[in-house]
Structure formats: C-alpha cells, structure tokens
Write a protein that binds this ligand. Structure first.
Ligand code: GMT
Length: 373
C-alpha cells in the first residue's frame, strides 16, 4: 500500500504513534509518505520505504494568518497524485481530517481518508463552538475513524451525537525499545542507593497538572528519601519550578527539559506520576508499564484502560494529591508489591500493547477502506 501520514510532528503522544506506525508499515513493505510541517522527531534513520514531504505556509502581507491548512491540503493532494497514494491516515480531526477531505476532493474519491482521534481534538477543541461543526464534518466525511480508547469513542459519540462506526485501536509501544533497561550505573550518578526516583513526563500543559506532581512529591519526600525527575517543557514549566522553590525541594527535583529517547530515562525510575485532568490514553504510562515502572495517576478518560488500578498502578480522583501520595509511598516502601506491579505491567504491555499486534489492526482498517478486506 501507499500511505500518506499527517500528524503534529513535535513532541506529543499523537506524533509518536503516527511516526511509529509509519515506521512499522514501512518495515512491512508499504510505501509511507510523511506530509508534515516538520520532520517527525522519532523518525530516526533513513528507510527506503519512507519519504518526507515538508509543508510550508508562507506569510503574505495581505493575510493576517498564514494559510497553513490550505498549504497542507494542497501538499497532500500533490503527494497523493505524484506518488499514487491509496490513502491518507491523518492524526487529529482538526485541521488534518479537513485538509485530507479537501485533498480528496482535488484528487478523486479513490483516495481514502482514515482519521485517528487522539483526545484533545475531541475533549478540548470539541467544546469550542467555532470548531465543533467542522470537527463533526471531518469525522463524518472520513472513510474510517479510529479512537485510542473506549472512553474516547464514548466521548466522541456523546459530544458530537455521532452514529457512524468508530474503530477502537489502542495506542502501542515498540517492545524492542521499551523494556526494563540496565541502567544501574547511571542511576548511581543520579540518586543515592536509599533514594527512590519518581518521574513525570509531559508537555506541561495545564491539563497535565504538573503542579500536582510537585505537591505529590512534596508529601512523598516528607516520608522517604526520594528524587523527582521532570521531563518536558511547556506552559506550566516555570510555575512548577517556582513551586519547587516555595516548597524548598530545590535539590531533590531536576528539570531535564525535552528528551527524545525516553526508554532509558523511564527505566531509571521507580514510579511515574501522571495526575492529569484529562488523558484520552496516557501513552507515557504505557511506555512506563513496558519498562516495568508502575504509574500513580488520576482516574480520568482512557487512563484506567491502560493502568489497571491495584495491579499495574494506582489511580485516584483528579486533584486528590493526598491519596496519590499515599499510593506512591505504599508502592515505594513495599518492595514485593512494587515487584508484582512491575511484572504485571510488563506482561500487560507485551500481551496487549506491542506494536505488532496493534499496527495489524490499522493495516486491517486500511484494507477494509480500500475494499480489500
Ligand atoms: O496530551 C497531550 O497534551 C498531547 C496529546 C497529543 O496530541 O499527543 O496527547 C493525546 O494523544 C496521546 C496519543 O494518543 C494520548 O496518549 C494522550 O492521552 C492524549 N492527551 C489527552 O487526551 C490530554
């Protein structure tokens, strides 16, 4: 098959999934064309089955805003024609599903469109009245629509009153990359033997509740020797740093900024903290699980479909930092319980969320829309 993929190429779970899926399809012999405004950050080495087509939106004095969406639609149509694409797989309803719809109108109806919903396009943008109708249109006009959790399927149906089929395809990890790494030497450089390492990875959007991470850590730190690693950057980054100072946690918290390869970093940790307000899936919790690191987080969105409360981690109500801290302390002070959760997580990740098993579901959807299945 000849597949065009469009996603947000910068740091974020949707870009990771789109890129890893493209790499997997290329490994299976499909021709994959990334059509994005920047090189997807996990694309990595050269592969003869993968091409990259940049999108540039020029700024003209006559326009207040650069016409990015139109430039993307036009590029999609151009790539589809020149490379005879069978389908466009777009990640996010806006603007990508709409751009793909336009490209299809330009190229002809043989070009199929598969749209994957990742969460923010539904749970945040879906509530914006200026975008609601066009999101709905993009979903309705796609040849297939997938969502990354049962909760997201349900929310999409409820918010948009949509009847059309939506395929549930969970996110995945490359189990050749995400497994418990041997990092004991590195760990010795970061923490004393008696110190536990807690980890948070996000884009520091308010929805991630990075300040709750600090509040949880503060409570844990009062009970046990521990360090916190904060990975990523975003709007709440400086407020999080400020809170660290206010709580006098300065020497126990390290802000590492954006990191491309996180499998080793995750393996360093004893626990992942993910107290988000919304999380359609929570890819980082899956990555942690595959590396044998339990998660303590919030019982929200699709997160309980990834982290099984009481088996691979603990979940509490959004904002309940007291309970989350109690769970964290329990896991960090009971080595047998920690080992059990860690092993449960590795088994669960390998059984349900490895790339091979999940990407095959996308391949089957591609075949179905092309009338081959
Ligand atoms: O969470 C974010 O801010 C990033 C966003 C994205 O576009 O990558 O994440 C969404 O998609 C991920 C991949 O499917 C999911 O794992 C995240 O849970 C989801 N984020 C939200 O629902 C807030």
């Amino acid at each position: 098959m000849k597949i065009g993929i469009t996603c947000y190429p910068t740091h974020g779970g949707s870009g990771v999934i789109a890129t890893e899926l493209g790499k997997w399809m290329a490994e299976r012999g499909h021709q994959v064309h990334f059509i994005t405004y920047d090189m997807p950050f996990r694309l990595g080495r050269f592969d003869r089955n993968i091409s990259y087509h940049g999108v540039e939106a020029n700024q003209y004095a006559v326009f207040k805003y650069p016409p990015y969406d139109l430039a993307l639609a036009s590029r999609m149509a151009q790539v589809a024609k020149v490379h005879r694409l069978d389908l466009l797989h777009v990640h996010y309803a806006v603007p990508h599903a709409i751009c793909a719809y336009l490209a299809k109108q330009m190229v002809g109806s043989d070009l199929k469109v598969v749209t994957t919903l990742h969460g923010t396009d539904i749970t945040v943008l879906g509530e914006d009245s200026s975008l609601r109708d066009i999101i709905c249109f993009g979903i309705r006009e796609s040849d297939a629509v997938t969502a990354v959790s049962k909760d997201l399927v349900k929310q999409t149906r409820e918010l948009f009153r949509i009847e059309r089929p939506i395929d549930l395809v969970y996110n995945f990890v490359d189990c050749r990359v995400y497994y418990p790494r041997e990092v004991s030497g590195w760990r010795r450089e970061i923490a004393r033997p008696d110190e536990k390492i807690l980890l948070h990875i996000s884009n520091f959007r308010p929805v991630k509740r990075a300040l709750d991470v600090i509040r949880i850590f503060h409570r844990v730190r009062r009970q046990i020797p521990a360090r916190l690693l904060m990975v990523g950057e975003g709007p709440e980054w400086s407020r999080a740093m400020q809170l660290v100072q206010e709580l006098h946690l300065g020497s126990d918290v390290t802000f590492l900024g954006k990191q491309d390869e996180v499998a080793q970093l995750i393996s360093l940790a004893d626990l992942l903290l993910l107290p988000s307000e919304k999380e359609s899936f929570g890819l980082v919790a899956l990555e942690a699980m595959a590396c044998g690191v339990p998660t303590v987080g919030s019982d929200t969105g699709g997160l309980p479909e990834v982290v099984i409360h009481g088996q691979t981690g603990f979940l509490a109500e959004v904002g309940d930092v007291e309970t989350m801290a109690r769970y964290a302390i329990r896991l960090l002070t009971d080595p047998a319980l920690h080992r059990t959760f860690s092993e449960n997580g590795i088994v669960r990740a390998q059984e349900f969320f490895c790339a091979d098993r999940v990407a095959e579901q996308y391949e089957a959807i591609y075949r179905r829309v092309l009338g081959e299945g």
